[in-house]
Design a protein around this ligand. Structure first.
Ligand SMILES: [Zn+2]
Length: 430
């Protein structure tokens, strides 16, 4: 897919590759960013985000201005904290949460002091990457940015960061941003069961994860001025690529218990005191998987919003399964699924044991914030049931009207939910 349209464009003039404007994209149509806050300018070490004129293409100075402007700079003061509000961030960044989060994390961790980072290439790449995230309810650019935030949070924990190289840090902030690139809003089982060509291409093995990393890498190599590793040595490039492939493929949920078991075994053997390369990769895979499934470990206000989004995506998949004559997957039937019970099961069976082990390893601070959030959130679902979703519940429970023979959504009452475009599976990974 051609992505030149997003290169160097201003937020106002930026052409969206998506089909329909949704809530998340409304921000992109907001007025241009305000002038640079003088206070933020004072903290600027150097002109890192401005396009290198020698690199050609339109100026990217607007990205500088956006990040250093008042609302974004103010929110970014909390970017190293766990309770960072990604929904608010999407609004103030005018629909550029991935671009602003990744550039900030690279800068604030001084990675350009150690690596030959070309910020113009990095900015262009992130704009294109962000543009490739589809407007599906959950696996969209907000989730990509949230994973980049969570990944950095975990990598900065003392028990992890002590063992990471600068290449690891840079590669894995990027890996998190890439990890659901072009996600179609349906899961691996759907692609396998519907005999989708992408499932055929990857032989039913980690279909989406293979697709994301392959597509994100093809984008990276599609033009010299998108090469975020320009200037890296061959060894650094090989190292970064291998680490990124490993961590992104590790986000396949089928490895959840495998990772947890291996992690417990290695932690019990004190292997992370002086880890071998394979242990560092295991730590990084744990970091990205933890960031990926961390919604129940967020404060309730954020956690509930993520839950509404993921359930809407599940239900839309269930509706596609019905249309295709497939068995509707567990928890994906809008009419019969109790969202609160689904969450309680998901948290107690998968999330709680994982975060208990993971936060115990990371230390008291993480136990106090993340694990206690898991416990209090599950208590809310148990006590309040689906009513805990508040005004989001009605939309989740509205059955979309059947589609007409032409595929157009029917009239109300299903029209409200039908307004979201049905996710389309990837057409090809070549
Ligand atoms: Zn994800």
């Amino acid at each position: 897919m051609a992505r030149e349209d997003s290169e160097g464009a201003s937020p106002k003039g930026k052409k969206s590759g998506r089909k329909t404007a949704t809530k998340d994209n409304e921000a992109a149509a907001a007025p241009p960013p305000p002038p640079i806050n003088p206070a933020a300018r004072a903290h600027r070490r150097k002109s890192q985000f401005v396009a290198n004129p020698a690199g050609g293409g339109p100026s990217l100075v607007w990205v500088d201005r956006l990040i250093e402007g008042d609302p974004v700079a103010k929110l970014l003061e909390n970017a190293q904290k766990w309770d960072f509000d990604m929904f608010e961030f999407n609004k103030v960044t005018q629909g550029h949460p991935i671009v602003c989060m990744v550039l900030h994390q690279v800068k604030v961790n001084n990675l350009d002091d150690y690596l030959p980072i070309n910020f113009a290439n990095l900015t262009r790449y992130l704009l294109s990457l962000e543009d490739g995230y589809k407007d599906v309810p959950f696996h969209n650019k907000l989730h990509g940015a949230d994973a980049a935030h969570g990944m950095t949070f975990f990598m900065m924990q003392p028990k992890v960061t002590a063992h990471l190289s600068k290449v690891d840090l840079y590669a894995c902030i990027l890996a998190a941003a890439m990890h659901d690139f072009e996600h179609p809003g349906v899961n691996n089982a759907f692609l396998v069961n519907s005999r989708h060509e992408t499932a055929l291409l990857y032989n039913d093995q980690s279909v989406l994860e293979s697709f994301h990393v392959s597509r994100a890498w093809k984008l990276l190599l599609s033009a010299p001025n998108l090469d975020v590793f320009e200037g890296f040595t061959q060894d650094q490039y090989r190292d970064a690529r291998a680490t990124m492939i490993h961590t992104i493929l590790g986000t396949d949920m089928k490895f959840h218990f495998d990772h947890l078991t291996k992690f417990k075994t290695r932690a019990n053997a004190n292997a992370f005191d002086e880890p071998e390369k394979k242990d560092v990769w295991l730590l990084l895979a744990m970091c990205l998987h933890a960031a990926d499934v961390s919604n129940p470990a967020k404060p309730w206000k954020l956690s509930m919003q993520w839950t509404a989004r993921v359930m809407e995506e599940f239900f839309q998949q269930g509706e596609q399964e019905t249309e295709k004559g497939l068995t509707v997957s567990a928890f994906m039937d809008r009419a019969t699924t109790n969202i609160a019970k689904c969450q309680v099961g998901f948290i107690n069976f998968l999330i709680k044991p994982f975060f208990e082990e993971w936060t115990n390893f990371l230390g008291d601070e993480c136990v106090k914030t993340l694990f206690s959030n898991v416990e209090s959130n599950v208590a809310v679902w148990e006590k309040e049931g689906e009513e805990a979703l508040g005004d989001k519940l009605a939309a989740l429970k509205t059955i979309p009207a059947p589609k007409s023979p032409t595929g157009a959504p029917g009239a109300a009452p299903g029209a409200a939910l039908g307004a979201s475009p049905a996710p389309t599976a990837p057409t090809s990974s070549t």
